[in-house]
Write a protein that binds this ligand. Sequence first.
Ligand code: ZN
Length: 184
Amino acid sequence: MLMNHSNAIGLAKMSCSLCHGIGVRVIRTDTEVPCNCIFRAIFRACLNRFRQCTVSAEHIGSVSLEFCRGSEGRRVYSRKQQEYAADFCLVSRRTLDEVEHTVFKYHFLLGADWSLCCRQLKLDRGSFFHMVYRIEQKLGRIFCELKPYALYPLNEYFGGLIRRKPASIFRRPVSTSFIPPMAA
Ligand SMILES: [Zn+2]
């Protein structure tokens, strides 16, 4: 995903105490990084689409023809919703460690609330919500950075658009060398 200030502001949480709704944090005085609230928003968007896909699983119909606009330029038949649901689960399993994946499964996939999860996993409430935040951040980041087929943005996943060279335009430390104006 092409991460820039525009979509960072669009995804950031207004009440975030770290970025104050800007979506960008400055570390080491001159390096900008995306705020974690962006990744949590990406995760929730992907989770909502996963839930929509599973609700419509009873209505699995015919395959659809997808246009891949990558360098191959091929057209393929696919079951996009089922592929998305499988990708969502498999990427999560691959990314999270065992304890995190157990919490992810109970809380996000099976819908157990915090009290049930805490009782079953013998966690206190603070540890549980810290782990939930960590899971959302890890998965949100991997969902938008996955190559070559990122799960986010969802319209690109479902539309078949492939970006070959995603680039971040967040500001990096710049050289302080002075370049004098040159005559044309
Ligand atoms: Zn933030």
